[in-house]
Design a protein. Structure first.
Length: 84
């Protein structure tokens, strides 16, 4: 699953982005990958490992909700639909 969020353009005219996605690893765990930064620039990437899909999905939803509270808007969702 992938969720891409973005802010409206700031005073410099550049929006910020926040990209969340889940990836299954080779040992039946899941990794939540978060990438964020200014549009057009290099982003910061962080990874967090989870033992199962439900834990990873809960963390993805929590991260999405936290960014929405900070003013980000969901631009697109790809893959299974996350709970609203």
């Amino acid at each position: 699953m992938r969720i891409y969020l973005q802010t409206p353009p700031d005073s410099d005219g550049l929006p910020r982005f926040y990209h969340l996605f889940l990836q299954e690893d080779l040992i039946n765990g899941w990794t939540l990958i978060k990438e964020s930064g200014r549009q057009g620039g290099a982003g910061k990437v962080t990874k967090r490992h989870f033992e199962n899909h439900d834990q990873a999905m809960a963390a993805l939803i929590a991260a999405r909700d936290a960014q929405i509270k900070r003013g980000y808007r969901v631009v697109f969702v790809k893959g299974e639909q996350a709970p609203a």
